[in-house]
Design a protein around this ligand. Structure first.
Ligand SMILES: NC(=O)c1ccc[n+]([C@@H]2O[C@H](COP(=O)([O-])OP(=O)(O)OC[C@H]3O[C@@H](n4cnc5c(N)ncnc54)[C@H](OP(=O)(O)O)[C@@H]3O)[C@@H](O)[C@H]2O)c1
Length: 325
């Protein structure tokens, strides 16, 4: 097999991000879209030039010509539909967070292992050249010894009917956007998270509309972050070592031209990082994993540890005390 047929499981808004890289790819084909409503699937397919439209998710999974399924459902449905897709013999790229309980994550990992299919969480920023360069700078000692990481991701969520405000659907700012700074800190820290402390401001349907968190890693690195649905648009990461600071103004959605600032004694330098289409990396990494057996850049162990950290933070906010992981 040299080309992989992809199907989008639902007509989610975020599909719009996957469509250009799938269409541009030589090894991937945008083949189908499924919806709970045939008319919706037909309209989405017509608008986006997708050959096949399915009126149920099951019909898409039953199509032997579909090789890879993209799961961009509300968070509480990630596990169920990823597992159903894996059991139907499909490879799966599932949106973040991989799932909202560790039981679900473990069932997903078991299904991937049992079927021998590739399953990866769609943390798109992990594949981008800027993230790889930041990792390289930190690992090469450009900041001295890594000590402290700070980050944020917030915006004002004005639509009261958004699924991200439904508690039972895995709503909340930590699940939705706080997962990014947590993932970023974990990617750089160089050790597992040992302890977490979280505080939340509950809003609509009791979901956290503001979350602040602290992480302590097993190697002594500490991190602070916040996320929000009731704050202005803010996103940044700051990486602080014994000898320098790296400021990243667009950590989660880098693009073609990227600039990070490295400040050390004696001054600051702008590091220019040429990049590419943000969502192409995860699409091509899936193709590498499926067609050549390469490792996925976001491993299932990594995704499991991210979900465990997020759950620890929620538990800490509920009990009002630090939680040891
Ligand atoms: N990586 C990124 O950059 C990024 C950005 C945004 C969102 N996301 C993630 O992508 C996922 C989807 O986010 P989104 O904002 O694109 O979602 P959305 O627009 O709300 O779409 C979700 C889709 O799920 C389907 N669905 C099935 N059961 C549903 C239910 N009970 N309630 C509502 N919808 C249901 C619907 O499709 P049908 O009606 O067609 O069946 C709906 O269009 C989330 O996990 C989110 O965290 C990732």
């Amino acid at each position: 097999m040299t080309a992989l047929n992809w199907a989008l499981l639902s007509t989610a808004r975020i599909n719009g991000a996957l469509i250009p890289p799938l269409k541009a790819s030589e090894r991937n084909v945008l083949y189908g879209v499924a919806s709970r409503d045939q008319a919706k699937a037909d309209a989405f397919a017509a608008l986006n030039g997708i050959p096949k439209a399915y009126g149920t998710y099951e019909a898409m999974l039953a199509d032997p010509d579909v090789h890879v399924v993209y799961v961009p459902l509300p968070n509480h449905l990630h596990a169920e539909w990823s597992i159903r897709a894996l059991q139907a013999g499909k490879h799966v790229l599932c949106e973040k967070p991989l799932a909202i309980t560790l039981g679900e994550v473990d069932a997903m990992i078991t299904a991937a292992q049992a079927t021998g299919r590739v399953l990866m969480e769609a943390f798109m920023y992990r594949h981008h050249a800027q993230t790889l360069k930041v990792q390289e700078l930190v690992q090469s000692g450009a900041l001295g010894e890594l000590r402290l990481i700070k980050g944020a991701f917030s915006f004002n969520l004005k639509n009261d009917n958004d699924v991200r405000l439904v508690r039972a659907y895995g709503g909340g700012s930590l699940w939705d956007v706080g997962c990014y700074p947590v993932s970023y800190c974990r990617t750089l820290a160089g050790a597992p998270v040992a302890e977490v402390y979280g505080q939340k401001v509950a809003g609509r349907d009791g979901v956290d509309e503001i979350f602040t968190g602290e992480l302590r890693f097993a190697n002594g690195v500490v991190a602070q972050f916040d996320s929000g649905f009731a704050l202005p648009g803010r996103w940044y990461m700051e990486i602080v070592g014994s000898e320098g600071t790296l400021s990243i103004p667009e950590p989660y959605k880098p693009g073609i031209h990227n600039r990070v600032t490295l400040t050390r004694e004696g001054g600051s330098e702008i590091v220019e990082i040429p990049g590419g289409e943000l969502y192409a990396g995860e699409v091509e990494n899936m193709a590498d994993a499926i067609l050549t057996g390469a490792a996925t850049r976001v491993s299932l162990a990594d995704s499991r540890a991210n979900v465990a950290t997020l759950l620890g933070l929620y538990r800490s906010a509920d009990v009002g005390a630090p939680v040891v992981l």
